[in-house]
Design a protein around this ligand. Structure first.
Ligand SMILES: [Zn+2]
Length: 399
């Protein structure tokens, strides 16, 4: 008991010093005996991570994601998605990151951003989109997770990784692997509310900047909401969850506040390049949460009579009704998202997340996340030149 109390006391002291230290840039020498305590407390938080390390880490995380869901072995689809992504990435704050856009071979609807420029979007997500502006909206949101280094910051804020005083990601494979574990968990589970809203708003601005209609993301989220509202599954509550409505309202406000008025939707080009039909939620085959990566067997239950257009006919009234039903139900399924939850209470001061929306592509729904994946994790090589991007922008009336 005593030991525990003392340890807690020290941790609190350490934390206080840490914040003082951060603001006053206290020199190590002056701290005397406290130095070692301080050092231990600071390690993960203060670890300098180079862009190169971040990129290597992202590559490892991406490999796990690819193992889990498989990769669509279609160079044309990859080239198209890469072109849309490249237009956005070029206009972002981190244009020089070696961006990769990867289409995952699963009916589940999801999008996942790994550090260092690895953006993943599922075949299922593409199948629900109506035009290029929606794709751009989702990709822009994921790009912002990376430009803002949300995963790296969450790991460091969590302080749950133990490390030796002189370790760096490059010098210690063990530390590197711990980061890969935490980053993968975090990416799969989704970010916190603050990160999501930040990605939403900055993503809107980014998509608009290159000429896409800024309503792309909210149009897509609305489709997801409607897709899930028809589900009898418990997870389907995601569809009409108040957080989703809050998020949609914020998106609308973001467009108004920032006076975003771009108009390109590029529907014809999207339809020409993306051949997928959505698989209804009820027909999405899943795997046990624990058996990630071992799914094998190609893509699941392809339903050829699936119609993509249900969403188009849905009315706001229906949506409101659903919300009402959900709240009457009294099931405020506040799933904790983000790394702070996964890492236990270590995320302490981090805002407790009421996030249920996960990524732009609806990570809140277990069925989508636990969807079965394809068997081939091999990346599909795509070569996109500067001239390709210029031509692509011109064709789509983009900036
Ligand atoms: Zn997100």
């Amino acid at each position: 008991m005593r030991t525990i109390a003392r340890r807690v006391g020290m941790a609190v002291l350490g934390a206080t010093l840490l914040s003082l230290c951060a603001s006053a840039a206290l020199a190590g020498g002056a701290a005397g005996q406290l130095g070692s305590i301080l050092k231990r407390a600071q390690q993960v938080h203060d670890l300098q991570i180079t862009d190169e390390e971040e990129q290597k880490l992202g590559a490892a995380v991406s490999e796990r994601i690819r193992q889990r869901y498989g990769v669509v072995q279609d160079p044309a689809v990859h080239k198209y998605v890469t072109l849309v992504g490249a237009v956005l990435a070029q206009a972002s704050d981190r244009a020089r990151v070696p961006w990769k856009f990867i289409v995952l071979d699963t009916d589940g609807v999801n999008a996942l951003a790994a550090p260092g420029g690895y953006v993943h979007i599922t075949r299922g997500a593409l199948s629900l989109m109506k035009n290029e502006a929606e794709l751009a909206g989702v990709l822009a949101h994921e790009v912002i997770h990376i430009t803002e280094k949300h995963t790296m910051k969450a790991i460091q804020k969590g302080k749950m990784i133990q490390m030796g005083t002189s370790e760096t990601l490059s010098s210690s494979p063990a530390l590197f692997n711990k980061f890969v574990d935490k980053a993968t968990e975090g990416v799969m589970a989704g970010f916190g509310r603050g990160e999501e809203l930040e990605s939403d708003e900055k993503g809107l601005i980014l998509a608009n900047k290159v000429g896409y209609s800024p309503t792309g993301l909210s149009d897509f989220l609305t489709t997801i909401k409607e897709r899930n509202s028809g589900s009898t599954e418990k997870q389907g509550l995601f569809a009409s969850h108040p957080e989703m409505d809050e998020r949609l309202k914020k998106l609308e406000r973001g467009i108004a506040d920032n006076k975003l008025a771009s108009t390109a939707t590029v529907e014809a080009r999207f339809k020409k390049n993306i051949p997928y039909q959505p698989v209804p939620l009820g027909a999405v085959a899943t795997v046990e949460a624990g058996s990630a990566g071992l799914t094998g067997g190609g893509s699941a239950a392809k339903s050829s009579d699936a119609k993509p257009a249900d969403a188009k006919n849905a009315k706001p009234e229906d949506a409101k009704k659903d919300d009402q039903a959900a709240s009457d139900d009294g099931k405020k399924k506040k799933k904790g998202f983000g790394l702070s939850k996964l890492m236990g209470s270590g995320g302490g001061e981090e805002q407790k997340s009421a996030e249920v929306t996960g990524s732009a592509a609806g990570r809140g729904l277990d069925k989508e996340r636990n969807a079965k994946g394809g068997a081939n994790p091999a990346p599909v090589a795509v070569s996109v030149t500067a001239a390709d991007i210029t031509a692509f922008k011109k064709e789509g009336n983009l900036n």
